[in-house]
Design a protein around this ligand. Sequence first.
Ligand code: NAD
Ligand code: IPM
Ligand code: MN
Length: 349
Amino acid sequence: SALIDIAVIAGDGIGPEVTAEAVKVLKKVTASEGLSLKLTDYLLGAEHWLATGETLSEETIQALRGHDAILFGAVGAAPGDTSIPSGLIEREMLLKLRFSLDHYVNLRPSFLYDGVASPLAHPGTIDFLVVREGTEGPYVGNGGVLRKGTPHEVATEVSVNTAFGVERIVRDGFRRANERPRKKLTYVHKHNVLVYAGHLWKRTIEAIATEYPEVSVDYLHVDAAMIFLVTDPARFDVIVTDNLFGDIITDLAAAVTGGIGLAASGNINMDRTAPSMFEPVHGSAPDIAGKQKADPSAAILSAALLLEHLGHVGAASRIKAAVASDIAMRNSASPRATSVVGDAIAQAL
Ligand code: NAD
Ligand code: IPM
Ligand code: MN
């Protein structure tokens, strides 16, 4: 039978709690589909750094390259934790993985499930896909500081946008929009202020639009896009945007669809030159870590995206249906422990 070889990076905080449930569901669905599953745990994250000094070595990256895909939990210390430099693990481990493995499509679906209370009074149908660029923008760390610590300090963060990088993400956005019934692509930027990158995006969109005559194209400045995300989220089908805007948009998108505990994502290398990585949109949630309070749905749905990416579409659909049916039966008055939710979803498969 087909072998699925997955590296598991559970990480910090609620990462191990929600990943355990995703693994539980993966084991059950693969067994019943006659697929063999091989899981290899990688100890990485803040605890691992404190114990060993490793953020992410070249050897570990090489080892990760040998797997079909990576299932990722979350990393990062609590804000105010002084035992670890702020953002060290996020940059030197998580972002380093996204960059090293060329995860240029950061795919973040947004869907309002039946039975979920959106904080919006009139949410309408919410079913859109954010195609966030994953390897460029301000995330490349191309910044610097002059005269540090003086009253004349100058700090810069440079957003890097290449024709190559913008073209491949825009193309991916059009391709995905073209496959959906509504065939609508909204590109979000701020080209009224961010002139150079904004116009590279604009020109790229205009050029590739000619290859997809059936896709309707809409542009919104990112600030106005946030108005519509709250007042009329149904207007969105596929959003294509840069790395930083995509980060911010997808936390708001998670909030309007009933919570960060439901939002899944894939960091995808569409050329398949390295394994793709699947993770919840949320972080390590230090405020609830270790208490079995985290919702594992986002991690479980990320495992479904992983299976989908590897071509196991049937198994992925079964997970999504199981999560949807579990969500429909939820009762906010009696919250369940993380592992109880995982059990229920595994059962619903
Ligand atoms: P966060 O997403 O960890 O938490 C924000 C809020 O959402 C918290 O109140 C948390 O309890 C809640 N929450 C998150 N996941 C939840 C879940 N599954 N179920 C229920 N509630 C959930 O964001 P933050 O507090 O800004 O960041 C905490 C740490 O995580 C920081 O170190 C940050 O850098 C890191 N981070 C990592 C990732 C990642 O690994 N991909 C993503 C975001 C943040
Ligand atoms: C996310 C996170 C990361 C990001 C951080 C932790 C580097 O917020 O996955 O959304 O900004 O991409
Ligand atoms: Mn984020």
